[in-house]
Ligand binder design. Structure first.
Ligand code: HT9
Ligand code: FE2
Length: 407
C-alpha cells in the first residue's frame, strides 16, 4: 500500500554544531523576543529523552506507584488495587523497554544524519531517574539540553508535569543556572507522529473488510479514537490560558483535530468515528473526560455497528494502558457485544515517528521559522515555550516549571 506523505519535509542533512556550548547567562529564562511560537536557534549539547518510567518486576510495583502518586498521601492498600494490572504481567511494564528501543532508534537516526547529539534518558517515576540523567549531563559538561518527552498532547500530565520535573531535577542536582533544559513543542500534529495512525487505520479497515465480506464501512464500522481521560479541571486548563478551545480544552481539541486528519488521510472520511477516553482514576465524585471507551463500545450495536476499530491516539507506545485497558478490557467489551474489533498499533519506533522526533530537535537547532514547521492541523505548529498559564494543575497547586513563560 502506498504510504501517505502528509507533507513531511526532508530533514536537514547536517548539524551546524558539535562541541558542548558555553553556558548562556540566565539561560533557564525563556527568550521573550521573536515570534510567539518559535525560539532562536540554540547549540544544544544533548537530547534529554524524558519518559514516564515503569516497574520491571513485582518488587518494583509499589515503590513505582508511590513515586507516581507522590505527595497525594494514597495508602499502600489502595495502591495494591492499582497494582493488579502490573501484577498480571509479572510486575513488568513494557514502557522502559520501549524507551530503550526508542533511544537506540533515535541514536541510529541521528548518526545517519551525521548529527553529533548524544541522547540521555531519564524517567519521571522509575530508574533511570531524571535526576540521574541531569546529573550525568552536568558531569559530561553539557549545559544546553533539548528535551523530548514521550507525550504528544497538552495537559498537566502530558506537558507541564514533565516541565516541573525538569525544574525539580535542576534544583535537586544543584545545576540550576548551570544547565538549561528546553523542550520540543507538543507534537500531536507533527506528521511523524500522525503517520503511523494513518497507516494503522487504513490497514485495520482493510483487514475488517477482507474478513467480513459485505461489511459496510459507512454504516457498520465505527472508529474509536481512545486517549487517557483526565480530570475535567485539568482539561479546561490545558494549553495556553489566552486561547479558548471549547469543551475539554486544548487536550480534547488537539485529539479531535488529529482524529479528523487521520480519517481523511486513511481514505476513511466516510467511516463514522468518535473520541473516547480510558484509564480514568481518582474519586468517583471528581469529573473526568467522557465517554469511557467501554461505554462507547456498548452503544455501538444499537447504532447498527458490527465492527469497531480502536485507535490508541493518545499513546506513543504499547504501555500498560494500551495492553490492559484496551487489549484486555475494551477487547472483552467488544466481544461481549458481538463486535469484530481491531486495535491499531501505537507509533512505537515507526521510522516516521523516530525521524519526526529528530526533526523536532533539528527545528530548534536551526531555529526553523514557524511557517516551515510541519504540522497537519490548524492548531499547530505548537509553541516552543509554553504560554502563560499553560497546563496548570488547579488540584495540586502551582509549582515552578521550565520551558514555559511564568504566569
Ligand atoms: C494524560 C495521561 C497520560 C498520557 C501522556 C503520557 O504518556 O505521559 C498518562 C500516561 C501514563 N500513565 C501511566 C501510569 C499511571 N498513571 C496514573 C495516574 C494518572 N495518569 C493521568 C494522566 C495521564 N497518564 C492522570 C490524570 C492520573 C491521575 C493522577 C492525578 O490525579 O494527577 C497512575 C496512578 C494510579 C492511578 O491513578 O490509576 C499510574 C500508575 C503510565 C505508565 C504506564 C506503564 O507503566 O506502562 C503512562 C505512560
Ligand atoms: Fe497516567
Amino acid at each position: 500500500m502506498a504510504a501517505t506523505n502528509l507533507g513531511r519535509k526532508p530533514a536537514p542533512a547536517t548539524a551546524a554544531y558539535c562541541a558542548p556550548g558555553a553556558i548562556v547567562p540566565g539561560a533557564t529564562e525563556p527568550a521573550q523576543s521573536g515570534p510567539e511560537h518559535v525560539e532562536a536557534p540554540v547549540r544544544y549539547d544533548a537530547i534529554l529523552l524524558a519518559g514516564f518510567g515503569g516497574p520491571e518486576g513485582q518488587d518494583d510495583v509499589i515503590p513505582f506507584l508511590r513515586n507516581v502518586t507522590r505527595g497525594r498521601g494514597i495508602p499502600d492498600e489502595r495502591l495494591e488495587e492499582v497494582a493488579v494490572h502490573y501484577r498480571h504481567f509479572g510486575g513488568v511494564s513494557p514502557i522502559n523497554e520501549h524507551n530503550r528501543e526508542l533511544k537506540a532508534a533515535l541514536e541510529a537516526e541521528l548518526a545517519s544524519r551525521g548529527v553529533d547529539l548524544p541522547v540521555i534518558w531519564g524517567n519521571r517515576n522509575w530508574d533511570p531517574y531524571m535526576n540521574d540523567a541531569v546529573r550525568e549531563a552536568g558531569e559530561r559538561g553539557f549545559t544546553n539540553l533539548i528535551a523530548v518527552a514521550t507525550s504528544a498532547y497538552s495537559s498537566y500530565s502530558s506537558c507541564r508535569q514533565y516541565r516541573e520535573d525538569f525544574a525539580d531535577a535542576l534544583e535537586d542536582t544543584g545545576l540550576s543556572g548551570v544547565v538549561r533544559i528546553d523542550k520540543v513543542r507538543q507534537f500531536f500534529d507533527h506528521p511523524g507522529f500522525v503517520q503511523p495512525f494513518v497507516e494503522g487505520v487504513r490497514d485495520a479497515l482493510a483487514s475488517l473488510e477482507a474478513e467480513h465480506s459485505g461489511l459496510s464501512r459507512a454504516s457498520e464500522v465505527e472508529v474509536l479514537f481512545a486517549t487517557h481521560s483526565i480530570p475535567t479541571t485539568d482539561a479546561a486548563k490545558s494549553g495556553p490560558a489566552e486561547r479558548g478551545f471549547g469543551e475539554g480544552g486544548a487536550y480534547a481539541a488537539q485529539h479531535r483535530a488529529v482524529a479528523e486528519v487521520v480519517m481523511r488521510e486513511a481514505g476513511a472520511a466516510d467511516v463514522p468515528w468518535q473520541l473516547v477516553y480510558q484509564s480514568r482514576s481518582g474519586p468517583p465524585t471528581q469529573p473526568w473526560l467522557e465517554p469511557d471507551v467501554n461505554d462507547a463500545i456498548a452503544e455501538l450495536p444499537a447504532a447498527g455497528r458490527k465492527a469497531v476499530v480502536i485507535v490508541p491516539l493518545g499513546f506513543v507506545s504499547d504501555h500498560m494502558e494500551v495492553m490492559w485497558d484496551l487489549d484486555e478490557e475494551a477487547m472483552a467489551t467488544a466481544a461481549e457485544h458481538g463486535l469484530a474489533a481491531v486495535r491499531v498499533p501505537t507509533p512505537g519506533i515507526h521510522p516516521a515517528y523516530v525521524a519526526g522526533l529528530v526533526d523536532l530537535v533539528m527545528e530548534r537547532v536551526n531555529g526553523t521559522p514557524a511557517a516551515e514547521r510541519p504540522h497537519v492541523t490548524d492548531l499547530g505548529p505548537w509553541y516552543d515555550v509554553c504560554r502563560p498559564g499553560c497546563c496548570e494543575n488547579v488540584r495540586l497547586g502551582f509549582k515552578p516549571a521550565l520551558a514555559g513563560i511564568a504566569p
